[in-house]
Ligand binder design. Sequence first.
Ligand SMILES: Cc1cc2nc3c(=O)[nH]c(=O)nc-3n(C[C@H](O)[C@H](O)[C@H](O)COP(=O)(O)O)c2cc1C
Length: 317
Amino acid sequence: MPAFVNRVTGLFGIEYPIVQAGMVWASGWELASAVSNAGGLGIIGSGSMYPEVLRQHIRKCRNATSKPFGVNIPLLYPEIEKHINIVIEEGVKIIFTSAGNPNNWTGVLKKAGVVVVHVIGSTKFAVKAESAGCDAVVAEGFEAGGHNGREETTTMVLVPMVKDKVKIPVIAAGGIATGRQMLAAMVLGAEGVQVGSRFVASEEASVHINFKNVVLNATEGDTVLSLKKIVPVRLLKNGFAALVAEAEARGADAGELLELLGKGRAKRGMFEGDLQHGELEIGQVSAMLNDILPAGQIVRNLWDEFKTALEQPLSNY
Ligand SMILES: Cc1cc2nc3c(=O)[nH]c(=O)nc-3n(C[C@H](O)[C@H](O)[C@H](O)COP(=O)(O)O)c2cc1C
C-alpha cells in the first residue's frame, strides 16, 4: 500500500505523487534512479541523448532501481522514431512526451502497453492530449524552467482550468519546490506534481557544478521567458539571454534567432558550465533554492513538508 493513494500513485505504482521532471542535460539514470528509490517517479530526460546513449541510461537505471521509472521524450527531437523504438524495445512502461503533437506517437506507445503522459501549457493541448489517448497530463505553468507554453499561463491559473476540461489526472508543474507549494497545487486540482528546478540542485543531477552554483545564487527576476518565436524557454539571464533579448527587441525573426541559438547552446551552458555563452534553463523557483541536496532527501522533504502543511490549520501559516 503506497503512503498516499490516488490516481497518480496508482497509475505509476509509486509511493508519493511526486514526479522528477525529465530534463535535458540534468536527468540521467543517476537522478532518475535516486528519485524512484526514494518513492517518487524518476524520469530520464532523453532530449539531450543520442539514441544509444538513451539505451544505456535505461539499462543503468534498471540496474540501480527495482522501482518504476520513466523516460521523457520531447517530440521535436530530430531522431524521435529511434527514441520511440528504443523505449519500446527496452520495455520502458512510463513515457512523458512534450513539445509536440500528442497525436503523433501516443497510439504507438499505448499499443506497446506504455502509460503515456503529455506535458501541456494550455487547456487546448490538454483536451488534445486526452483525445489522443494519454493517461494523464502535466499542466506546466509560466514559472517553469525549460520549454514552456506561448500563452504564458501561470500554474495557479492553468491547473484549475485544465482540471475543469479533462477527466484524466492532472499533474501540476512550474514553481513547485516545497511541500507547501505541492499542497497548493493539489488544492487547485492536481493529483501529483512534477518538479524540475529543485532537482537541478541535487547531487545526482548531471549538470555542471557551475550551473548548480549559479542556480543557488539566483534571485527574483533572474529568469526570463525567451525565444518565443522559436520554442519558448525559460532561461537564467546571462550573456546569451541578453543577446537574444536584444535581437527580440529589434524584431528579429525566427530565422535570425535560430542562427543566434546555433548548435549545442544548452550543452555548453548546462553540461559544460559556460555561464556566459551557454543556455541555462531554470524556473522562477530558483530564487528559493539555497542548497544542493541528495535527490532522495528532496523527495522526503517535499513529502514531509506536504504532510505538515496538510495537517496545519490555515491560521498557523
Ligand atoms: C534544466 C531543465 C531542462 C528541462 N528539459 C526538459 C525536457 O527535456 N523535456 C521536458 O518535457 N521538459 C523539460 N524541462 C521542464 C521540466 O520538465 C518541468 O516541467 C519544469 O522544470 C517544472 O518547473 P520547475 O522548474 O519550476 O520545477 C526542463 C526544465 C529544466 C529546469
